[in-house]
Ligand binder design. Structure first.
Ligand code: SF4
Length: 616
């Protein structure tokens, strides 16, 4: 079965922790993690509620494969209504916390209400209790992690917690686990702070031994691992360079946006790439990359552990940042670097440390800084607005200063902490926010890569590459090559990627396996582990069901086809130079077909027939 069949309901208003049985009927339809926790959210939370009010819920969930020996099976998700977008949010994270939750015997923890004072949840197998966290409030995620480790004197506990940005009301704060893994997007950490919940501490000793067919499972797992090892991306590119393997690749094909997406193509890309992280620095002769790291049970190990040059301006008087910590991945390097026009690898690495230390999303943060830089260069804001910071494209000093300011929550940080949509609206320049549904774009330009633009526009949690990574096909040729600047066939491609991704996110696996695995590699692992029918067809139908359920939540929250749109810049400002020169997004050509194959009305509404077909 692989589910523990147990969920923990924590009512923070009452201070109660109550175990209850997992709804297995729903598990058979929504599998686990993103899908199943979203089902609970849809059933229990009013989509129109205040995302930061006690009526919103925060659900931490594992998938049925989490904690097993399947490669990358260490994921967990955090699901809630997002304060950044107002849409459904589900952010997942690797590291070791998800597996520990499973070892403690829980599929899911549902937090509801709001505690009167700061608390943390301690889970030790079946023993669960809320403890006072007053002394932790105001501490960074790293300090919180250190204090809780000292308090519990158990090196094997796993901790997820929020930092100061969440407490300060930054709308894109995440939840940090294992010090540098994050449920990073859509402000799930801000929701955790709104409940006065500082941390979740877990120690589990029970293992995961309840597989439906252990022999078939291990056969499928072994076959899957062999495929990952032999694949050029998962067996070589990601282990060697991490996701940063993409920086030069995407730049080379005319897909890398720069300077708030005013430009496509970044002349400094090579300086902040995976290759650069491996090269000895001119300053101290050491490479940025100190070592590689993998999440629980991962045979890819794309994680980076980096060190900043001790003499670099950003850290030279700050010895606490001289050690190695979580390094840049591609999306962070793009948002903090190319999108701000900065190619100082040490500065970006330091800022990335701060994102982990105080728990905020580097994609939304970097993109918001980029929008602020454009406002500054256009004269819309001045140093009077920015607390004296000369917020110019290309200035590493400005990026460092504004990041340190964000952590304080003071002055201009209050505006930056709202994200680029609210910030640009405040300054009457909404067109400068590169967002969908209020969430900032990741590192691929919708004009140079057409399918990803349609995916951003229709993503249920706002602009996101991790909801349908069509870049795999459009750039890397996985599973088949499609032409990046063509819109033909992209609605079908986007739907296929979105549905498959929803299923992978619900199983407990990392999406990066899909560079090598198709559903015919994934379904046998789920099918052998879980009761029920998890054939390729059933898995894909479950993925489609999850996607439509999320859409229905958003519809009930008030979202319409009007929210499936890209900023004017993507539709009207053609790429000025490089291999994709002259391109704009062809979203208008793709959207009607996308709605049609989804089984929605021309206005993007899920039809009764589609609801019936998917048992929604
Ligand atoms: S591929 Fe990378 S992100 Fe995914 S589980 Fe492995 S180390 Fe973690």
């Amino acid at each position: 079965m692989s589910w523990t069949r147990k969920i923990l309901r924590v009512n923070l208003s009452e201070g109660s922790c109550t175990p209850e049985a997992l709804n297995m009927e729903w598990a058979m339809q929504y599998l686990g993690q993103r899908g199943l926790s979203s089902k609970y959210l849809c059933e229990e939370v009013d989509p129109k509620c205040d995302a930061l009010g006690p009526e919103n819920k925060l659900i931490m969930s594992t998938g049925p494969l989490t904690g097993t020996m399947a490669s990358t099976a260490g994921r967990y998700s955090v699901t809630c209504k997002s304060p950044l977008t107002g849409a459904i949010a589900s952010s997942n994270s690797g590291g070791f916390l998800g597996a520990e939750m499973k070892f403690a015997g829980w599929d899911m923890v549902i937090f509801e209400g709001k505690s009167e004072k700061p608390v943390y949840l301690l889970i030790q197998d079946d023993k669960v209790e809320l403890r006072d966290a007053s002394g932790l409030w105001g501490k960074s995620a790293w300090e919180t992690d250190d204090i809780l480790h000292r308090t519990h004197q158990d090196p094997q506990i796993r901790i997820a917690c929020i930092g100061r940005t969440a407490e300060n009301g930054c709308l894109f704060a995440g939840i940090i686990n294992d010090r540098h893994r994050a449920a990073g997007r859509s402000g799930v950490g801000t929701v955790m702070a709104s409940k006065n919940l500082k941390a979740v501490v877990i120690r589990g000793t029970q293992g995961v031994g309840n597989l439906e067919d252990a022999k078939a499972f291990m056969d499928a797992v072994d076959a899957g691992k062999a495929i990952l090892a032999e694949n050029a991306v998962t067996g070589e590119g990601l282990p060697t360079y991490g996701t940063q393997v993409l920086m030069n690749v995407i730049n080379g094909v005319g897909g890398l946006p720069a300077r708030n997406m005013r430009d496509v193509g970044f002349e400094g890309a090579g300086n902040i790439s995976g290759e650069a992280m491996n090269e000895p620095r001119a300053s101290d002769g050491k490479p940025n990359l100190t070592t590689k790291a993998g999440c629980f049970s991962c045979t890819i190990a794309c994680g980076r552990i980096s060190t900043v040059d001790k003499t670099h301006f950003s850290v030279k008087d700050k010895p606490q940042y001289h050690g190695a910590s979580g390094g840049l991945e591609y999306e962070a390097a793009w948002a903090l670097g190319a999108d701000t026009g900065i190619d100082d690898l040490d500065a970006l690495t330091y800022v990335n440390f701060l994102c982990n230390e105080d728990g905020f999303d580097p994609i939304t943060f970097g993109s918001t800084v980029a929008a602020a830089m454009e406002l500054f260069e256009d004269g819309v804001i001045t140093t009077e607005d920015t607390d004296g910071i000369e917020l110019k494209f290309g200035s590493a000093e400005a990026l460092v200063a504004v990041t340190e300011l964000l952590v304080t929550g003071e002055g201009f940080a209050k505006i930056l902490g709202l994200g680029s949509k609210r910030m640009c609206e405040k300054y009457a320049k909404p067109e400068l926010s590169m967002t969908v549904k209020g969430q900032e774009f990741p590192a691929y330009d919708p004009r140079g890569i057409q399918g990803i633009g349609l995916n951003y526009a229709t993503s249920n949690r706002g602009a996101c590459h991790l909801r349908g990574y069509t870049v795999a096909s459009e750039i890397l040729g996985i599973p088949v090559k499609t032409e990046q600047t063509d819109s033909d066939g992209k609605p079908e491609l986007v739907k296929a990627f979105q549905d498959a991704t929803a299923l992978v996110d619900s199983a407990g696996l990392c999406l990066f396996t899909t560079f090598a695995w198709g559903m015919d590699n994934i379904a046998p692992q789920i099918d052998a582990a879980c009761e029920g029918d998890w054939s390729v067809e059933s898995c894909l139908e479950a993925g489609e069901r999850i996607w439509n359920m999320e859409r229905l939540f958003n519809q009930a929250a008030g979202f319409t086809a009007d929210d499936d749109k890209l900023p004017k810049r993507m539709l009207e400002e053609a790429i000025k130079s490089g291999p994709t020169k002259g391109q704009v997004s062809k979203l208008g050509d793709m959207l009607p077909k996308y709605y049609e194959i989804r089984g929605w009305t021309p206005q993007g509404v899920v039809t009764e027939e589609t609801r019936r077909r998917l048992s929604l």
